[in-house]
Structure formats: structure tokens, C-alpha cells
Design a protein around this ligand. Structure first.
Ligand code: GTP
Ligand code: MG
Length: 196
């Protein structure tokens, strides 16, 4: 995909604030600090479009980005950050669930997990939400630059097993540091989502 114009659209909390639902939308979900905002910046080749957290757990809104008027990217609030109150966690859970259940132009939710760790209970809960609204699972394993080359494959198998990936599901090893996975991601977008 040749990207020309990328625009931040809006930070939203409830559906009344969402932008028009007139292009396919890809939403990125995952634990706080897993690298959602960094990945969006990397994929779009922009330094500071999606804000990379100084303090993890601070992105509590849904951020929408428009790419050439052809596709939207959505940066969902990170979950699973230990140092927020139960009430706060519930509020974020509601924001994410409402989005997943109500967004009619949602093409795919992409789950980001840290390549170094076995997915958590929270990740598996998110996978359940994704299974409920998407035909397939697309998982991106972040921070692969922190693994030795020989560790990548066994780590992918652990993630595949823990999240019970199968059939048409996709897992992409990724790194914002060395660019691993960027091309694979865009070929997935053109082949599966059908955006050129
Ligand atoms: P929340 O907004 O809190 O949900 O976090 P997030 O998922 O958006 O994570 P963010 O992009 O802010 O990244 C968190 C930290 O991980 C930052 O310090 C990033 O620089 C770092 N990081 C993200 N991706 C990579 C990667 O591929 N490799 C390495 N080494 N660090 C990364
Ligand atoms: Mg973020």
C-alpha cells in the first residue's frame, strides 16, 4: 500500500464521538505497553502520530486515524495495567467492548502480544471478544528485536498454543526497531482486507 496522507481523526470514548463509518477499519488491541502506538507509527512511517506512552496505562480513549481515506486504524486503550483501580479497569473494558460490539465497519481486530511472554489471562479474554466479532484471529507478536533469532520460532509456537490459533488465523512476528513484520502486515492488508 502506498500511503500519502495520514490524519489523526478523533479521540473517542463513546459511539456518538466515533468518526463516519465509511471505510474498512482495523483496530489494534493489547495490554498496556505492548507497543500498539509504536506499531501504528512504524506501519505508517510517522514518528509521533500515535502517542507512545511515557506512563503506561494512560491511553484511555479510542484514537482513530484516517489513511488516504481508504482505511482507518484504531488505537484501542491498553488493558491489564496493574496500577489502575478496579473501577478504571472496568471503565476501559466497557469502552473497548462497546466499540467491538457496535462498530459496523470493523474489518479486523488485531491482537498485539509481547513476543517474549506467554499471553496472559487478559489476552485470552480479549481473544474471546475478537472471536465473537471476527472470522479469524490476527496476532502480532511485538518487540521481536529483544529475542535471539533462534528464540523467535519457539516463542511463536507458545503464543499460538496459548491463544489457540488455528486454521486461517495469522501470527506476525514484529519489531519497530528492525522493521520485522512490516511488509508481511501490509500484504495481509492488501490480500485479506482488499485495500490497495
Ligand atoms: P498504552 O498506550 O499504554 O496501551 O501502550 P502501547 O501499547 O501503545 O505501547 P507503546 O507503543 O507506548 O510502547 C511502549 C514501550 O515499548 C515504549 O517504550 C516503546 O518504545 C517500546 N516498544 C514498542 N515497540 C517496540 C519494539 O518493537 N521493540 C522495542 N525494543 N521496544 C518497543
Ligand atoms: Mg498507546
Amino acid at each position: 500500500m502506498n500511503i500519502h496522507n495520514v490524519n489523526f481523526l478523533i479521540s473517542a470514548v463513546n459511539p456518538r464521538q466515533y468518526p463516519a463509518a465509511n471505510v474498512p477499519e482495523l483496530a489494534f488491541a493489547g495490554r498496556s505497553n505492548v507497543g500498539k502506538s509504536s506499531l501504528i507509527n512504524k506501519l505508517l512511517n510517522r514518528k509521533n502520530l500515535a502517542r507512545v506512552s511515557q506512563k503506561p496505562g494512560k491511553t484511555a480513549t479510542i484514537n482513530f486515524f484516517d489513511i488516504d481515506g481508504a482505511i482507518n486504524f484504531v488505537d484501542l486503550p491498553g488493558y491489564g495495567f496493574a496500577r489502575v483501580s478496579k473501577e478504571e479497569k472496568k471503565k476501559w473494558g466497557n469502552i473497548i467492548e462497546t466499540y467491538l460490539n457496535s462498530r459496523e465497519n470493523l474489518s479486523q481486530v488485531i491482537l498485539l502480544v509481547d513476543s517474549r511472554h506467554t499471553p496472559t489471562e487478559d489476552d485470552r479474554t480479549m481473544m474471546g471478544f475478537i472471536r465473537a466479532v471476527c472470522d479469524r484471529a490476527v496476532v502480532i507478536a511485538t518487540k521481536c528485536d529483544k529475542l535471539k533469532k533462534s528464540e523467535i520460532e519457539p516463542r511463536m509456537y507458545d503464543i499460538i498454543k496459548t491463544l489457540r490459533l488455528e486454521g486461517d488465523d495469522i501470527i506476525i512476528p514484529f519489531s519497530t526497531v528492525n522493521g520485522m513484520g512490516v511488509e508481511e502486515f501490509w500484504s495481509y492488508v492488501t490480500e485479506i482486507i482488499g485495500v490497495e
